[in-house]
Design a protein around this ligand. Structure first.
Ligand SMILES: Nc1nc2c(c(=O)[nH]1)N[C@H]1C(S)=C(S)[C@@H](COP(=O)(O)OP(=O)(O)OC[C@H]3O[C@@H](n4cnc5c(N)ncnc54)[C@H](O)[C@@H]3O)O[C@H]1N2
Ligand code: MOO
Length: 396
């Protein structure tokens, strides 16, 4: 049995970033940039007004009120192509280009319009209410680096940079194989001792939300024929994740089936709870994670191992974030396995985060995993802890 840290280092050792592909900006939400993005325009491209008002020469306003003659109008998209001279002004609107000759804008609330004249009641310095060329960015500026996740802010910025296509990491393809004679799919007619397969749908959703593509191989029965044919379908994927059949029972055939298919086994069993009967190896170039069948074990292994693997494939940092928490109840001394305790999390009056591990920690209780806000980590052989002691936890 190896430690969680060793398991993590081993599964990540062989993982490399996947290749890049080019997609339209509209398809790029949530994707990871493979190359930096440089602006192909300056923004704004010309000096523009940031207010509705009048464009004029600041020096004309030395002794307010000042009467100026209105010689034209500049609206966003329809610039005034004349020149604003001494004693003159042009009506201007927010976002419109500043006419030649003008060096400031006065907002219309400080002006009184009278036919072709306007009285300006205030003084402004040169540059007032003008956004200069490139205020936001200039052509060639690199604004998004490789490794950036393209959220709404980044997509909006890329659009403003005149970038219609982007080079992003392709989505890692994660093959998911559930196993077990007892497993039925939601909606199927259920036999008396059948249970519903939650691992496949849960894992597929998990990897999808991490930016990967789930490849459903289906549910293999507890027979070598069924397992052999479905394992073969993982060829060409970036990772095969199996669930169930990983323990030592007579119907736990996954390890044998993988071995017969050519798996070079790297490790089997990790000192963690849940998730102990966990195997990892290489199947002709495809890394394979054989997870236990218990649904909570699957989700904890997904957080601890599948997520960092996908993040490494996407070129993202792969460390698992932990936070300091104050324990909300006593805990017994721990044994050889590192515990991941499903816990609630709430702010105390002094601002500390208080985690209360649930009473039921059975790895078959998926509802507790959904109620949990964090996983409190109990290292191997941790001594008994008291409420009020500090611990590390993984936010969910
Ligand atoms: N003698 C021993 N028995 C067990 C050991 C051990 O060390 N010695 N380890 C226990 C631990 S820890 C775990 S975890 C389980 C893992 O068992 P398997 O990986 O063989 O998983 P299964 O027996 O196939 O299933 C376990 C449990 O999960 C349910 N299951 C399976 N697949 C799904 C699915 N797709 N969706 C929902 N639920 C699923 C299955 O019905 C079982 O109830 O072994 C212990 N035993
Ligand atoms: O390791 Mo098992 O996942 O404890 O139930």
């Amino acid at each position: 049995m190896i430690s969680v840290d060793e398991a993590r280092a081993t599964v990540l050792a062989g993982v490399k970033p996947v290749a890049a592909e080019t997609v339209g900006l509209a398809q790029a939400a949530g994707r990871v940039l493979a190359q930096p993005l440089a602006a192909r325009v300056s923004h704004p491209p010309v000096p523009v007004s940031s207010m509705d008002g009048y464009a004029l020469r600041a020096a004309d306003l030395a002794a307010p009120p000042t009467r100026l003659s209105v010689i034209g109008e500049s609206a966003a998209g329809s610039p005034f192509d004349g020149v604003v001279g001494q004693g003159q002004t042009a009506r201007i609107f927010t976002g419109a280009a500043l006419p030649a000759g003008a060096d400031a804008v006065v907002m219309q609330e400080d002006c009184e319009r009278d036919g072709q004249s306007v009285t300006i009641k205030t003084q402004v310095p040169a540059g007032k209410f003008i956004r200069p060329v490139g205020l936001d960015f200039k052509t060639g500026d690199v604004l998004l680096e490789a490794g950036a996740v393209l959220d709404g802010r980044a997509i909006g910025l890329a659009a403003a940079m005149n970038i219609p296509w982007v080079s992003v990491r392709r989505r890692p393809r994660i093959a998911i194989l559930s196993t077990g004679d007892e497993i039925a799919m939601p909606g199927e007619p259920l036999g008396p001792s059948q249970i519903l397969g939650s691992n496949g749908p849960g894992l597929a959703a998990f990897v999808g939300m991490e930016g990967a593509e789930a490849v459903h191989l289906g549910i293999a029965r507890d027979s070598r024929e069924s397992l052999d044919s479905m394992i073969a379908a993982a060829a060409g994927c970036d990772l095969l994740v199996t669930t169930g059949g990983a323990s030592v029972g007579d119907y736990d055939l996954v390890k044998d089936a993988l071995a017969a298919a050519g798996l070079a086994l790297n490790f089997y069993t990790v000192a963690m709870r849940p998730g102990k009967p966990l195997m990892f190896g290489d199947l002709k170039g495809v890394p394979v994670l054989g997870l236990p069948g218990n649904p909570v074990s699957v989700m904890v292994c997904a957080v601890l191992l599948v997520r960092p693997m996908i993040r490494t494939m996407l070129g993202l940092p792969s460390h698992t974030e932990t936070v300091a928490v104050r324990l909300g109840r006593d805990l017994p001394a721990n044994d050889i396995r590192q515990d991941y305790l499903r816990s609630s999390l709430a702010s105390a009056d002094d601002g500390a985060q208080v985690a209360i591990p649930f009473e039921k920690q059975d790895s078959a209780v998926l509802s507790g995993m959904v109620r949990a806000a964090c996983l409190v980590i109990r290292p191997p052989f941790a001594p008994a802890a008291k409420a009020g002691d500090m611990a590390r936890a993984i936010p969910l």
